[in-house]
Structure formats: structure tokens, C-alpha cells
Design a protein around this ligand. Structure first.
Ligand code: SF4
Length: 68
């Protein structure tokens, strides 16, 4: 993977996307946001981090909540 979002290290959602049993469910977010230089900044988590705040742990890159 060439491009890496600058927030990957320590991002709870990225960790879920890459290590969780939900990997099949969440993998599309990795390709759509975390590893996509053209779309990374559209991530809902990215936008909150840019304001200096910490996004909720269950906030998905598309702005939806991770289903329980
Ligand atoms: S794109 Fe979003 S979900 Fe992915 S590592 Fe960056 S802030 Fe986290």
C-alpha cells in the first residue's frame, strides 16, 4: 500500500478495519479512505482530527456509526 493516511498510526477505526473480525465488512473503507490519497481527507474521522478533536471510536469514515 503506497499511500498511508497520516492518522493511521493510533487511529482506532483503522485498527478495527485492519484487525477486527469485521475485516470483510470494513475493508472497503480502507480502500475508499485510508489508502486513497484522493479521498482520505473526506473521511469523517479525518475531518474531526483536523479540528484538534478526537472522533468517537465508532465513527466510520463515511460518517455513519459502526453497527453494534
Ligand atoms: S482515513 Fe479516516 S479512518 Fe482511515 S486512518 Fe485516516 S482518519 Fe482513520
Amino acid at each position: 500500500m503506497a499511500f498511508r493516511c497520516k492518522n493511521m498510526q493510533g487511529c482506532p477505526m483503522y485498527n478495527l478495519i485492519t484487525t477486527s473480525l469485521r475485516i470483510m465488512q470494513l475493508q472497503p473503507y480502507l480502500m475508499e479512505y485510508c489508502a486513497n490519497p484522493d479521498h482520505c481527507r473526506e473521511c469523517a474521522r479525518f475531518k474531526i482530527i483536523e479540528t484538534g478533536k478526537e472522533p468517537p471510536a465508532d465513527l466510520l469514515p463515511d460518517g455513519k456509526k459502526l453497527p453494534a
